[in-house]
Design a protein around this ligand. Structure first.
Ligand code: HXC
Length: 518
């Protein structure tokens, strides 16, 4: 065998060994937990044959607690780039079979390298997390490594889309990298995220709770809102990442890809003319409206299980990617509360950072009253949404379907807060408050002084109020909305508005950064 052949043979063997990570036994253990290995995950994620791996031979440099005896190639993370549907992405996948995917200084160097490359190339970064946290044997080196990753998450925020998928443990400070990225996915039953695990919780507070109850996918998707998606399986999670990317541009200087559709822009839907019930206190399902107006009825929902009184997600309209924000009258009457405000504000800011126009569908009775909301700072949280819409410079098209009362009307992308084109259905009611509440405030004294005629006074004044405000004509008269449209025409009117706004330019005043009410 020539020296050259011998060298090549060694390389082939070394690569094959590196690809096995922690070895067959640990791979088996990983599979037994219902989890795939880092490489199997990347294979599912990336277009076939597109993966370009970096740093396969990097090793840890730890000399404590027996670590000096083993130096597996690659050290607990697989990094590189590849394509998804032909579009470049950078990736890292922690390999639980090597020291439980724990973060060594070497691992952080591999991850920060792809973070830097993604930022330079203007391509999305996807992290597949499966890790026992900081590599205990490395001490401060591991902590320093996390800080370097976090720094890059922050610098890349608003420049390239960053997606984190949690496919195993993610504990301690390690949770903060996903929290800094744009979208977090979790896999039900096999992943969990928390700052302190069940044992620490028990010793500090006495509370008894298991991994799943403390930080499982369902908990973070529905209760904390930390996870935007809770996937049924790893395959499902990877499929969701691919779908999500289809709505996003590569970076903040590009537009999201155009998607061909056979769905005519001029399609009208007569069912929309009858969707709003005559009784203003009766609910209807906003999903029906969304699916009716978007291309092919396809809506990709984000944060589905969290704050269901508001709906956010992506769709295409006339081939363009749009962000939809819609109050949901079928849940808590579509009221704005702390969760809904936070959820929608974050979504609006993402769309604005990445040039995705916003379509807002309004049916909101106001902000949720009560001590729970006030003590939880609904004032500051509601202001987040107000701020997000107000600062957004992407095209903004708003349709008011029914109620738009009080501060909630202003918050939901009204014309005076830099909404670009605002339409209303004939069923719209744009007012300071609903008729009952208004009459009770304005005529309380009269009704109290004349209890015999209180009901008659109430009915008469309510009628008067409804004639004046329970319709969109007053707002239209004053130019506060641009047009009153027939519900059946909503799709083509919104698409035409988006076409009109495609070249929109709007600047913010020069500043170091804003001081939004965090
Ligand atoms: C070094 C670790 C490790 C770690 C796991 N391993 N976590 N090695 N540092 N943090 C190793 C184990 O020793 C074991 O090695 C292998 O990975 C698999 O771990 P198991 O315990 O056998 O797996 P499992 O039963 O599935 O349990 C997984 C686990 C548990 C729940 C994650 O390993 C665990 O509790 N690990 C410690 C978690 C932790 O407290 N991390 C520090 C968090 S603080 P062998 O050789 O036996 O296969 C933190 C600070 C970050 O991260 C701050 C950032 C700002």
């Amino acid at each position: 065998m020539s020296l050259q052949t011998d060298n090549i043979q060694k390389l082939v063997e070394r690569r094959a060994s590196a690809r096995l990570g922690g070895g067959p036994k640990r791979i088996e253990a990983q599979h037994a937990k219902g989890k795939l290995t880092a490489r199997e995950r990347l294979e599912l994620l990336l277009d076939q044959g597109s993966f370009e791996e970096f740093d396969m031979f990097m090793q840890h440099r730890c000399t404590n607690f027996g670590m000096e005896k083993e130096h597996p190639d690659g050290d607990g993370v697989v990094t590189g780039c590849g394509t998804i549907d032909g579009r470049l992405v950078y990736v890292y996948a922690q390999d639980f079979t090597v020291s439980g995917g724990s973060l060594s200084k070497t691992m952080s160097e591999k991850i920060t390298k792809v973070q830097d490359m993604a930022l330079r190339a203007g391509a999305p970064l996807i992290g597949l997390n499966d890790s026992g946290g900081a590599r205990i044997q490395e001490g401060i080196d591991a902590l320093a490594g996390y800080a370097e990753i976090f720094e890059r998450n922050i610098l890349a925020s608003g420049v390239i889309p960053q997606i984190s998928c949690i496919m195993g443990p993610c504990a301690g400070g390690a949770v903060y990298s996903p929290a800094l990225t744009d979208f977090t996915l979790m896999v039900k039953n096999t992943s969990y995220m928390y700052l302190t695990g069940p044992a620490v919780v028990k010793s500090v507070t006495g509370e008894q709770v298991d991994h799943e109850q403390l930080g499982g996918a369902s908990v973070h998707a529905a209760k904390s809102g930390v996870a935007h998606f809770a996937a049924e399986s790893e395959q499902d999670a990877i499929g969701t990442i691919k779908q999500l990317l289809g709505y996003l541009p590569q970076n903040n200087l590009e537009s999201a890809p155009y998607r061909e559709t056979a769905d005519p822009s001029g399609r009208v839907d007569d069912t929309l003319n009858g969707i709003v019930p005559d009784n203003p206190n009766k609910a209807y399902d906003m999903y029906g409206v969304i699916r009716s107006i978007v291309d092919d009825g396809t809506f990709f929902e984000v944060h589905k299980a969290f704050a269901k009184n508001i709906i956010v997600g992506f769709a295409h309209m006339g081939g363009r990617s749009v962000g939809i924000v819609a109050n949901q009258p079928a849940v808590l009457a579509g009221v704005l509360d702390i969760g809904a405000s936070r959820k929608a504000a974050r979504f609006v800011r993402f769309c604005d950072a990445f040039n995705i126009p916003l379509v807002t569908l309004v049916d909101v009775p106001g902000f949720l009253p009560g001590t729970q909301q006030e003590y939880g700072a609904i004032i500051a949280n509601g202001a987040k949404l107000l701020y997000a819409y107000g600062e957004a410079t992407v095209p903004k098209v708003t349709v008011t379907l029914r109620k738009a009362y009080g501060g909630a009307h202003i918050v939901m992308s009204c014309k005076q807060l830099r909404g670009d084109i605002n339409y209303a259905w004939p069923s719209a009611q744009i007012a300071v408050m609903g008729a009952d509440g208004a009459v009770n405030v304005l005529y309380a004294k009269e009704m109290k002084e004349d209890p015999q005629h209180a009901k008659a006074i109430f009915d008469e004044k309510k009628k008067e109020y409804e004639e004046l405000f329970s319709n969109p004509y007053q707002a239209a008269q004053k130019g506060y909305i641009d047009d009153i449209i027939e519900p059946r025409n909503t799709r083509f009117r919104v698409i035409r508005a988006l076409e009109q706004l495609a070249g929109k330019r709007q600047e913010l005043p020069a500043k170091k950064h804003d001081n939004l009410p965090l």
